[in-house]
Design a protein around this ligand. Structure first.
Ligand code: FNR
Length: 351
C-alpha cells in the first residue's frame, strides 16, 4: 500500500495548507496578532516532562472515561470550529460522522455551516460520542434562547457558552486575506438574526456577564459549561454561581487575545481552584499532550484546527483518521507511562 500522506498531526497541517485556498488557510490556521499564545500553547505541552513508571501490569487497558455521567470511549473530543464547509463540502457533517465512528465527543459551533438537526442525526448511532452545542451570547436574550431551544430539541446533551470572545481578536492574516467566505458557507443557525455587525461600544454593552450565565442556566434543562476560562478566580466564581456544570480551559487556540498564558499553564491552577470537571483545548497535537492534560487534572481534551485540516485533506474519513491516530498515540503513551486507564494518570507522572 502507498505510504500515508501524513503520520502525525503536524504533517496533517502541512498537507491541509496545500489543499485550502489562501483565504481559507488564513482563517483556519490563523491566530491573534503575533501568534505568541498560539506558539505558547504548543511549546508548553512540549516543555512538560513525563516521568513514567515501569513494570506495572498493563492487561485490560482501556482508554474510556466517564464524564458528566456519560461514557466516552476515550478522552479526546472535537472543539467547536466554525464554518467547516469552507474546508470541505461535508463540513460539520463530516466531523460528526467521524466523531460518531470514533466514539468522540463533538462540540458543535453556533457558527456551524451545517444545521444541528443534521449533525445530531449523524451522532445518534449506538457508540457515538456525545453532542454538545456551543453558544455565543446573542444581542437579544430571545435569540440566545432560540438557539438553546433548538439545541435541546435536536438532542444535544450539554451547552457550552464561550466566554473569551466578547469582541473579535486582531487577526492580521485574515485581514490580509480579506476574510471572504465563499457563497454557500454561512452560519446557518444565525441566519434569522440581524447581522452581528456592530461597533465596539455596542459589542461591549452587549457582552455577557455572570448575570447572563445564571439566567442561561435557569432557562435550559441542559448542563451549562463555560469555555474560555483561564483564571482560578473565574473558576471559583463559576462554581459559586451554582449554575455551571463544568469548565473548558481555553484561550480560543490563540485566536482572540495574544500573549495570554498558555492553557497548559492555566490548567492546573483552574483545576486546583474548583471541584468542577475541567476540559482543556489549545495545541493538543500528540498522545503525550493528552496524557499531560489528564495529569494536570483535565478530564478530557478537545482539538480544534486538526479537525478542519483533516476535513480539508480527506473529508469525514480524514477526521476519523485524525481521531484514530491521536487516540492510538494516547493509548501507547498511557501504557508507556505505566497506566492502564486514564483514571490512573496523576500529577506524579510529571517531573
Ligand atoms: C475556533 N474556535 C471556536 N471556539 C468557539 O467557541 N466557537 C467557534 O465558533 C470557534 N470557531 C473556531 C474557528 C476556527 C477556524 C478555529 C481554529 C477555532 C476555538 C476552538 O474551539 C478551540 O478553542 C481551539 O481551536 C483549540 O486550539 P487548537 O486545537 O486549534 O490548537
Amino acid at each position: 500500500s502507498p505510504a500515508p500522506a501524513w503520520v502525525n498531526l503536524h504533517e496533517l497541517a502541512e498537507h491541509a495548507r496545500t489543499r485550502l485556498t489562501p483565504a481559507a488557510w488564513a482563517y483556519f490556521s490563523g491566530a491573534a496578532a503575533d501568534g505568541h499564545t498560539l506558539a505558547a500553547n504548543r511549546a508548553d505541552w512540549d516543555a512538560l516532562r513525563l516521568w513514567p513508571r515501569v513494570l506495572r501490569p498493563l492487561t485490560d487497558s482501556d482508554t474510556a472515561i466517564e464524564l458528566a455521567g456519560q461514557r466516552w470511549a476515550h478522552p479526546i473530543g472535537l472543539a467547536p470550529v466554525a464554518f467547516q464547509r469552507w474546508a470541505h463540502p461535508d463540513g460539520e457533517m463530516g466531523s460528526a460522522l467521524a466523531a460518531a465512528a470514533q466514539g468522540a465527543g463533538l462540540v458543535l459551533s453556533s457558527q456551524s455551516s451545517v444545521a444541528v438537526e443534521h449533525v445530531a442525526r449523524a451522532m445518534c448511532e449506538p457508540g457515538a460520542g456525545p453532542l454538545w452545542f456551543q453558544l455565543y451570547w446573542q444581542r437579544e436574550r430571545a435569540h440566545t434562547l432560540a438557539l438553546v431551544q433548538r439545541a435541546e430539541a435536536a438532542g444535544c446533551q450539554a451547552l457550552v457558552l464561550t466566554v473569551d470572545a466578547p469582541v473579535q481578536g486582531v487577526r492580521d492574516a485574515e485581514r490580509r486575506a480579506g476574510f471572504q467566505r465563499p457563497p454557500g458557507v454561512s452560519a446557518v443557525h444565525l441566519a434569522d438574526f440581524p447581522s452581528p455587525q456592530a461597533d465596539l461600544p455596542t459589542l461591549l454593552a452587549q457582552a455577557p456577564t455572570w448575570d447572563e450565565v445564571t439566567w442561561l442556566a435557569a432557562h435550559t434543562r441542559l448542563p451549562l459549561w463555560l469555555k474560555g476560562v483561564l483564571h482560578p478566580d473565574d473558576a471559583r466564581q463559576a462554581a459559586a454561581t451554582g449554575a455551571v456544570a463544568g469548565l473548558i480551559v481555553s484561550n480560543h487556540g490563540g485566536r482572540v487575545l495574544d500573549t495570554t498564558v498558555s492553557t497548559a499553564w492555566a490548567l492546573p491552577r483552574v483545576v486546583d481552584a474548583t471541584a468542577l470537571p475541567v476540559l482543556v483545548d489549545g495545541g493538543i497535537r500528540r498522545g503525550t499532550d493528552v496524557v499531560k492534560a489528564l495529569a494536570l487534572g483535565a478530564r478530557a481534551v478537545l482539538v480544534g484546527r486538526p479537525q478542519v485540516e483533516a476535513l480539508a485533506v480527506n473529508g469525514a474519513l480524514g477526521v476519523a483518521q485524525m481521531l484514530r491516530l491521536l487516540r492510538d498515540e494516547f493509548a501507547a503513551a498511557l501504557a508507556l507511562c505505566g497506566c492502564r486507564h486514564p483514571a490512573e494518570v496523576s500529577r506524579a507522572l510529571l517531573a
